[in-house]
Write a protein that binds this ligand. Structure first.
Ligand code: KIV
Ligand code: ZN
Length: 508
């Protein structure tokens, strides 16, 4: 990757670092690995897998992702400190291709109040950090945090020092989402004139004023050739620039931008679905590109137009982003090959034993649900393969409700660390009865902050997907569960959240 006036945009995905910093988006190790694999299949050039020095969890995630990922460069974030950079280098040691990303703030506000450093001290830190990083890795990126509120010439000076000490990519973050498109593009153009043409200028925009994607696209026209993005735009506060929006703008308006990218657009929808399942946030219906309404036409006049010629109201096709046609894919008689082929088409490259587990789950589900769709299969993959080992697992659940004044009753058997425990209890409704029974046997009593049910596909036999958020002792966690019976899905979601909470307790 070189910065000479090329026309290719490098996609640096930070879903696993900046994205994971967004409230409620924490992922466990196996979920991060799954997401990293999905990003690799999607074709991102660089995966920022975490911030190695920030926690043992991030360090382990970067180490594992470095081992697992085949194509993308793996990157770790570091403050401009020798200790952080060494930690990044250690976490990245197994990566086929690696990058160290180091940053320090250059705005007067951040230098004075956050860093408590003079501008000269900041420049000295840049020199020291970037030259150390260049000894640890062949590929070094430097970011001036809060650059959109930095003095332009000071920012340029900081970047020149970083380049002189070995940085190959210079990132200009709009850390607080303050920039406006023309203004930020002018900043990039000003920098580009004052820096070696071999250096890649990168752009990292936050969405506080809803302009992250617009700012990113404007900066491409001023010469930026790397975009820092996240799937569905998740990230700190209002989020980061959404990968799918940037890529589809470059694709749909190719003649305008004349810029290439390596993203396989038909992997966009599977990546967004996987992320949404992992973090337990449903994708807003009106979200561009990946929302349920993005290709839905309600007005009669639009429907008539689309039926005559899709392009009348569709600027891209559902197939171009990998939106499944909802064809029935699997059923009771499907074999391992059919499951494997379908999984690969959805972007999951699993080991043979993992496919056996998914196949067994497909067969179990096919006993109660005739038609198994792509979304069902994805839910099974997440349940069977990417769950953390369960401390609390559901063995049996029976629920009784009646309209004759009898309170709803739940009878359950749990496996707790290999020991069977049973309990029966009452509640205001069936879910209340089940959750109270689980609390009783697990010894937890968390607050239920969110409970939502979603039908994975259409039809009354659709699997219900329940997402819960619970909190206890200042820790919170999200859990998911899917089952054709929504009470059973609720129990699974609640147990999943308790398992994740216990894991967090163990880790601290
Ligand atoms: O928003 C920001 O400034 C960042 C940097 C660490 C690149 O995320
Ligand atoms: Zn950021």
């Amino acid at each position: 990757m070189s910065g000479e006036n090329n026309n290719r945009i490098i996609i640096f995905d930070t879903t696993l670092r900046d994205g994971e910093q967004s409230p409620g988006a924490t992922m466990n190790l196996s979920e991060k690995i799954l997401m990293a694999r999905q990003l690799d299949v999607l074709g991102v050039d660089i995966i920022e897998a975490g911030f190695a020095a920030s926690s043992p969890g991030d360090f382990e995630a970067i180490t594992s992702i470095s081992r697992e990922v085949e194509n993308a460069v793996i990157c770790s974030l570091s403050r401009a400190s020798i200790k952080d950079i060494d930690r990044s280098a250690e976490a990245l040691r197994h990566a086929k291709k690696s990058r160290i990303h180091t940053f320090i703030a250059t705005s007067p506000l951040h230098m004075q109040y956050k860093l408590e450093m003079t501008p000269d001290e900041v420049l000295r830190h840049i020199e020291e950090a970037v030259s150390h990083a260049s000894k640890c890795a062949a590929d070094v990126e430097f970011s001036c945090e809060d650059s959109s509120r930095s003095d332009l010439d000071f920012m340029v000076q900081a970047c020149q020092i970083a380049v002189a000490n070995g940085a190959k990519t210079i990132n200009i973050p709009d850390t607080v989402g303050y920039a406006q498109p023309a203004e930020h593009a002018a900043r990039i153009a000003y920098l580009k004139e004052r820096i070696s043409q071999d250096v890649i200028i990168s752009i990292h925009c936050h969405n506080d004023l809803g302009l992250a994607v617009a700012n990113t696209l404007a900066c491409f026209q001023a010469g930026a050739r790397q975009a820092e993005t996240t799937i569905c735009g998740i990230g700190e506060r209002a989020g980061n620039a959404a990968l799918e929006e940037i890529i589809m703008a470059l694709t749909v308006r190719k003649h305008l931008y004349q810029l290439e990218h390596n993203i396989k657009t038909e992997q966009i929808y599977p990546a967004a679905r996987t992320l949404s399942r992992i973090i337990g946030h449903t994708i807003a219906r009106n979200k561009p590109i990946v929302g349920a309404n993005a290709f839905a036409h309600e007005a009669g006049i639009h429907q008539a137009g689309v039926l005559k010629k899709a392009e009348t109201y569709e600027i891209m096709t559902p197939a171009s982003i990998g939106l499944p046609s909802n064809a029935i894919v699997l059923g009771k008689h499907s074999g391992k090959n059919a499951v494997k082929t379908k999984l690969e088409a959805l972007g999951y490259n699993l080991e043979s034993e993992q496919i056996d587990l998914v196949l067994a789950a497909v067969k179990r589900l096919a006993d109660v649900k005739k038609e198994i769709y792509d979304e069902d299969l994805e839910a099974l993959v997440l349940e069977e393969i990417y769950r953390i080992p369960d401390k609390y697992a559901l063995v049996h659940l029976g629920v009784q409700t009646s309209d004759s004044g009898l309170p709803p009753t739940a009878v359950l058997v749990l496996d707790i660390n290999g020991k069977r425990v049973q309990h029966a209890g009452f509640g205001v409704g069936p879910i209340d009865a089940v959750f109270k029974a689980i609390d009783k046997v697990s010894g937890h009593s968390p607050t239920l902050e969110q409970f939502s049910v979603n039908a994975i596909t259409g039809g009354t036999d659709a699997q219900g997907e329940v997402t819960v958020r619970i909190s206890e002792n200042n820790r919170s966690s999200i859990g998911r569960g899917s089952h054709p019976d929504i009470i059973n899905a609720g129990a699974r979601a609640y147990l999943n959240a308790l398992n994740r909470l216990s894991k967090k307790e163990e880790e601290n």
